[in-house]
Every structure is written in C-alpha cells, then in structure tokens.
Design a protein around this ligand. Sequence first.
Ligand code: ZN
Length: 86
Amino acid sequence: MAYCPKCNKHTGHMVRMPSKGAARSMSKMTRRHNRATAGFVGSVEPRIHPKKLSKRQVILLECKVCKYKVERQIGGRSKKKVEIKV
Ligand SMILES: [Zn+2]
C-alpha cells in the first residue's frame, strides 16, 4: 500500500526496479562535450568530481488501479542495496 497522487488515496502498488533512461542528446553536458571535441580526435580530459561513497536507492511504484508510475527514494544515501522479493 502506498499513496497514489492520481487516485489521491492509498492503493496497492507493484514494486519494480526503475530502468535507466537513455542519455539526452541535447543536455547541457552533452552539448559542452560536443563543442569541446569538435575538430579534434580523441577525448576531453574529464573534470574531477568528489566521489560519493554510496548511492541513493530508488524503486518504481506502479499503482494497481490506474497504472500511474512514481519513482521513490528509500531513505538517503546508503551502502545497502534494495532487493525485491518475488
Ligand atoms: Zn492510482
């Protein structure tokens, strides 16, 4: 049971792992990369970002009544991974 914003009440939900979407071809960083590599052969030196030690655990909830899908984050950053039991 979880809250569905479309039904505006608590309904039964299916739990799934969200699939990673394709990279956007017109995003800011893709355009910057294309600009930097235009006219050159090879790759651009990447900027060094501080590394996070853990990932946010996200699940996909699908309402059984109206099939509305919501991505939800479980807690904050944690080293434990979400497991879905069938
Ligand atoms: Zn719903």
